[in-house]
Design a protein around this ligand. Structure first.
Ligand code: PEP
Ligand code: MG
Length: 756
């Protein structure tokens, strides 16, 4: 039955429209399960009804006309209970309701299963048979599996039903997605679809290979220029992973094997340029998709996107800039970097991507650019191009066809948001001191764009985290000691008056080096950070030697070790650091007084490290909390998986209790503690940390203004009171509410939601 199931799923997936998909599903299911009837009912939450949308077996006139109230009849019961119902004689059931229009009196046995997506019942899938009998367990699991597949088809085209029916709905439609980047945007929806998909290109022979080659070289150059121009325009705003994305795209466009394969298809197989791109790209995509390693299989989407962009320039069916609206919200099934590249940044107000989650490539970019974005929602792109749209990036929702009162409401919120931004901007240069006089150290997280923090220069107290792996991710082989010394030297020179905390190489997990790929079943629980570098002391020693030599001039280096889970790792790392320190001292003829060993600290990212703080205090100078990983490991939620993104709760009581444990332990052992995970740059996260007693927060440059403004506007003792309540709370929602209410009372609600 498995192969039949796969066949049905494939046919449904290939259907051109939702109606065709549902028709195919009922026809094929009826045939495969050898039943007399198969039907699909879809919920209409607006009127609390279930509509019969497709049937093979019920009267054809019933499709589109039968509507059941929620809870009405057996189908209503399946919907209400959210579980399958298997009945040999349906009419004996007390909930049975006879529907004359359906001619269902012919059928006795009934098997219905809810169609559920993300905990919401979207409809009911039913099979019926004349012969009275109970359906087997195998049949039941077959139908349940089909309903799961149908749920994703429905979810990805959810709105189509509504829009097809109404064409231009009279009232606003609210849709919920993931809050990928905060902020409000009000503008026209600008729907971008791939102009000619790879699959749609017909394989054709060319008339002139030389002309096609010329054309191909031209568009390769055009695409490369486009990516480098965009990277250049966004350089100031880009940080860490965001910048690396452009590099990946440029690499594909410079990949000689890939380009030569296309040239070969043009010159030797005499294909047109577009056919050659299709043939080569599809074969690459197939190979990458077949790989079990997630990192490598993801390369398939980069190849597809670049090939798509090449085709886009070849077919030239794009509106040029002049025809674009002045302000637009980019809407696409899957927003790609190349789509972003085609829209002038001054016109781009927001981003809506049907697919993707908070940590997808585009979400990272949107945050780096400060553009509101919502991702992962059930939205059909039909009928919405150039229609009015509002994005609320705080709540993660969008409003289509907003009515005038809603537009006015959001315009007011947008103005308030802008006022707040201006205020925050003004306060950037002030010290971070609470209203009752507690000075808070504000440190900077940096990596690739280490020398591009002009906007906040002079407004922070040091570098709290330099992610040294990011430059490693942009080279084709391990950088040499000399290269590393030079780049660390620049950083230490630039911030010579401040302490600069450099983290040793933290690769593995989702951070991969193209020249040292790691293939693992469970990469986040595998060979990451210090585990990898201790197994390769030659890499670790070169990096430490480079850091130490670079620090000779200003002596402002601090070394931090990532992913520590046991004390032995610290001992071993310190042994190697001491070895490198002795070597450098000897090579430069220095005494320990001239050149003391720099401070060495560890990141608290793995829960086990919290419980060895007493031992850590004996051998390190400081600890810094990596809340991104700590939360991931504490809650067992992959920080990059959009399916579980809504469970990644930074205010979970366990997180707050852990933070309390860490600060209490550090204080009793007189150990310096700071935090460099995203929590420190999050308004509520920062308040929780202050209330618990933390006074060193390290964050990215974009968040600095906001957090300083907040610190300057609140007294510490009030945050301590909020934290007392938070430590007794039962859920992250309760903890969030404590701080949201507090900020509202202080007139600072605009930091957590739209408006002031
Ligand atoms: C963290 O885990 O919180 C952290 C700062 O490190 P990274 O995000 O680089 O893993
Ligand atoms: Mg980390």
């Amino acid at each position: 039955m498995l192969s039949q199931l796969r066949q049905i799923v494939e046919q449904v997936g290939d259907a051109k429209s939702l109606t065709a998909a549902m028709d195919t599903l009922v026809q094929q299911t009826k045939l495969t399960m050898k039943v007399d009837c198969c039907s699909i009912f879809i919920t209409d939450p607006n009127v609390q009804e279930l509509n019969l949308m497709a049937s093979e077996g019920l009267a054809s006139t019933a499709v589109g006309t039968i509507r059941l109230k929620f809870g009405e009849g057996i189908v209503g019961l399946v919907h209400q209970k959210g579980e399958p119902l298997n009945l040999a004689n349906v009419s004996d059931h007390p909930h049975y309701k006879y529907l004359p229009a359906s001619q269902e009196e012919l059928f006795n046995s009934f098997l219905g299963t809810p169609i559920i997506h993300k905990r919401q019942v979207l409809g009911v899938l039913v099979v019926q048979q004349k012969k009275p009998r109970l359906f087997s367990e195998l049949e039941e699991s077959f139908l349940v599996t089909l309903a799961m597949h149908l749920a994703s088809v429905l979810a990805s085209s959810g709105l189509r039903l509504e829009l097809d029916k109404l064409n231009q709905p009279a009232s606003s439609i609210h849709l919920q997605g993931c809050p990928a980047s905060s902020g409000i945007a009000i503008a026209e929806a600008y729907v971008v679809r791939p102009i000619l998909t790879l699959a749609e290109v017909n394989i054709e022979k060319s008339y002139s290979s030389s002309k096609e080659i010329l054309l191909f070289e031209m568009i390769v150059k055009k695409c490369s220029d486009e990516f480098s121009n965009l990277a250049l325009t966004l350089k100031e705003q880009l940080s860490k992973e965001a910048f690396a994305l452009f590099d990946i795209y440029s690499h594909v466009l410079k990949d000689k094997t890939f380009l030569n394969a296309i040239r070969g298809q043009i010159n030797e197989a005499h294909l047109t340029a577009s056919s050659a791109i299709k043939v080569v790209a599809e074969s690459y995509i197939k190979q990458f998709e077949a790989m079990t390693d997630r990192y490598l299989s993801e390369r398939a989407s980069e190849i597809r996107d670049v090939a798509q962009r090449l085709l886009y320039h070849l077919t030239l069916q794009v509106e040029d800039d002049l025809n674009l609206p002045d302000k637009l919200i980019l809407v696409a099934s899957e927003v790609t970097l190349s789509m972003l590249a085609s829209i002038p940044t001054e016109k781009l107000q927001g981003i809506v991507s049907v697919h993707g989650g908070v940590s997808s490539h585009v979400a990272i970019l949107a945050r780096a650019l400060g553009i509101p974005a919502v991702m992962g929602l059930s939205l059909s792109l039909d009928n919405i191009n150039r229609k009015p749209l509002i994005i609320d990036g705080y709540a993660g929702c969008i409003i289509l066809f907003p009515d005038q009162p809603l537009v006015t409401h959001y315009q007011v919120l947008l103005e308030e948001e802008n006022e707040l931004k201006n205020l925050v901007e003004l306060g950037k240069s002030k010290d971070a001191v609470t209203l009752d006089g507690q000075r808070i150290s504000i440190l900077l997280n940096t990596g690739l764009n280490a020398n591009q923090h002009g906007a906040v220069a002079g407004h922070f107290d040091g570098i709290g985290l330099y992610r040294s792996e990011l430059p490693f991710m942009l080279t084709d082989s391990f950088p040499t000691e000399l290269d590393q010394t030079e780049s660390y030297g620049k950083l230490l020179e630039q911030y010579s008056e401040f302490p600069v905390t450099m983290r040793t190489l933290d690769v593995g997990g989702d951070k991969q080096l193209s020249y040292f790929p790691i293939v693992e079943e469970n990469p986040f629980l595998g060979w990451r950070g210090i585990r990898l570098t201790l197994d390769h002391p030659e890499i670790f020693l070169v990096q430490i030697r480079a850091m130490l030599s670079a620090s000779l001039k200003h002596r402002n280096l601090r070394i931090m070790l990532p992913m520590i889970s046991a004390i032995e790792e610290v001992h071993e790392a310190k042994r190697l650091i001491t070895q490198a320190w002795k070597e450098i001292k000897y090579e430069f003829g220095l005494t320990p007084d001239d050149f003391p060993l720099p401070a060495v600290g560890v990141m608290i990212e793995v829960p086990s490290s919290i419980f060895i703080i007493p031992q850590l205090a004996q051998c390190v100078d400081f600890i810094s909390i990596g809340s991104n990983d700590l939360i991931q490991y504490l809650l067992a939620i992959d920080r990059n998986n959009s399916r579980v993104a809504s469970l990644f709760d930074s205010y979970h009581p366990a997180v707050v209790q852990c933070l309390k444990l860490i600060i209490d332990n550090s204080r009793s052992f007189d150990l310096e503690v700071s935090i460099c995970g995203e929590l420190a740059g999050d308004p509520i996260g920062a308040l929780i940390l202050l209330g618990l007693g933390y006074n060193k927060l390290s964050m990215n440059a974009n968040n600095m203004g906001k957090i300083k403004y907040l610190i300057n506007a609140v007294p510490l003792h009030e945050l301590e009171n909020c934290c007392e309540q938070a430590l007794k709370a039962n859920s992250g929602t309760e903890i969030r509410a404590i701080f949201v209410n507090y900020l509202d009372r202080k007139g600072l609600g605009g930091f957590t939601r739209a408006g002031k």
